[in-house]
Design a protein around this ligand. Sequence first.
Ligand code: DX5
Ligand code: ZN
Length: 233
Amino acid sequence: MRFTRSIKIAPSILSADFANFGAEIRAIEGQGCDWVHVDVMDGHFVPNLTFGPQLCAAIRPHIKTVMDVHLMIAPVDPYIEAFAQAGADILTAHLESGPHIHRTLQAIRASGAKAGLALNPGTGLDGVGHLLDMVDLVCVMTVNPGFGGQQFIHSQIDKVRALRAMIGDRPIHIEIDGGITPETAPLMAAVGADVLVAGSAVFKGGSVDKPEVYGANIRAIRAAAEAATAFMA
Ligand code: DX5
Ligand code: ZN
């Protein structure tokens, strides 16, 4: 994975057909997505349950781009090795998932995966500075984690702007996750986000039999975000 700050669209398969992940992944990749975002939920850290390492391992052969695994689980540490073995390129853990996020990030890097740090909307940037030299990605949640299809939280724009300034020249991606549409993507791209996760806005109206709708949805988000960053190039 070569580092670049160009806009990357990462569809969340939380909005895909759960009976057909392989075909859904081929459809979104065929339509030009950059990464595939996999939302792991434990019914404890967040009030919803999704999938575990076995599902990740099963879908891995279908992913040709980047497997971006978002761990909304607590504790995290006992499961890092299993998700790394399942083939995750990036493993993102929440700062709020326990008292030892530093140890968790060390363990993720030691597993061979890239390390991501996720922040809930109510979490500030205090403490993040101490972690910046051990992460490859910071994910700013723009909804409270747990469900797709929620409303974008505008207060996170200032957080991303401040985070971008903190990161400086470090090769760290800023990912935003939740409520991303062609309307909200440019607000975040303009202040420094480069990885845009979108579930409902990518999958809406399409299917594996109508993949061109996914393509149009991806292009609409990308075009809106790129227009907002044109002045930054
Ligand atoms: C929320 C997840 C998101 C979610 C995004 O807990 O982390 O990745 O699937 O879905 P939309 O784009 O529908 O808000
Ligand atoms: Zn996510």
